[in-house]
Ligand binder design. Structure first.
Ligand code: HEM
Length: 220
């Protein structure tokens, strides 16, 4: 974020979080560089420069340079995940508007894992008990119909790979369990500590010992 070193204001970087602060800091920064006007008012590239009078050509050249400077500041003022969104922008205003359109306003993020571990919905949520889906919770439809279990989300933006994932997960898991004995290297319980993040990350890498259940030639 913006900071001063001597008289120079450093450029604020935007990685997708806290757009409101970045917007204010970036606007101030662009003002301090004399570039805000071109971002706010835009710049129109003429379709045919050759027909313009010489004075207009000169004026255009300097406006085009200011635009390029401002555009370059915006391209460098965003992180690698945001940059592709403005890669096609020809003017600084266009880039600024693309970012505003995407990040202005409130973004609501639903932490699905929290719902899936809610004791009001799931008795003993931490207990690994797949049998519940054959008994007490056999009515549950995970394909976005019952909101207490929505691993693929629900509604219009539901996961497009849901069917593929459901089939391949079953086959992959069945093959693994059929072909290998799975244990932890220490023989103790698997470390399930959660790390920070919007989705559920493991805090520490998974360590498992896979022992083939059959002779080696059957795995070729
Ligand atoms: C177990 C495996 C998978 C799970 C749990 C899963 C889960 C999800 C979830 C929760 C979303 C919604 C994300 C959001 O809007 O915030 C999503 C979106 C999406 N998933 Fe999956 N997914 C899985 C596998 C796959 C596979 C195998 C494919 C493709 C072959 C796929 C393609 C997509 C696509 C394209 C979207 C974006 C849909 C859209 O926004 O319109 N997913 N997935």
């Amino acid at each position: 974020m913006a900071s001063s070193s001597g008289d120079k204001v450093s450029m604020p970087l935007f990685h997708g979080d806290d757009y409101a602060s970045w917007k204010v800091k970036m606007r101030t920064y662009l003002m301090s560089e004399g570039l805000w006007c071109i971002v706010a008012n835009g710049y129109l590239e003429p379709s045919d420069e050759t027909t313009l009078p010489e004075s207009k050509k000169k004026e255009l050249e300097s406006t085009s340079m200011v635009n390029a400077k401002a555009l370059s500041k915006l391209q460098n003022g965003v992180g690698v995940t945001i940059f592709p969104r403005i890669i096609r922008a020809r003017s600084a205003k266009e880039a600024w508007d693309i970012i505003a359109k995407e990040f202005e306003g409130t973004q609501l993020l639903v932490k699905i894992a929290k719902i899936h571990h809610d004791p009001k919905l799931w008795p003993n949520p931490e207990e690994f008990k797949p049998k519940r889906f054959l008994t007490t919770h056999k009515h549950i439809d995970y394909r976005g119909q019952d909101f207490e279990l929505i691993p693929f989300k629900s509604g219009r933006r539901i996961c497009l790979g849901m069917s593929l994932a459901s089939e391949s997960m079953l086959l992959t898991l069945a093959n693994l369990l059929h072909g290998f004995d799975i244990a932890s290297p220490t023989g103790g319980p698997v470390d399930m500590t959660e790390g920070p993040g919007f989705t559920l990350h493991k805090a520490n890498p998974l360590e498992v010992l896979l022992t083939p259940s059959f002779p080696a030639h059957l795995y070729a």
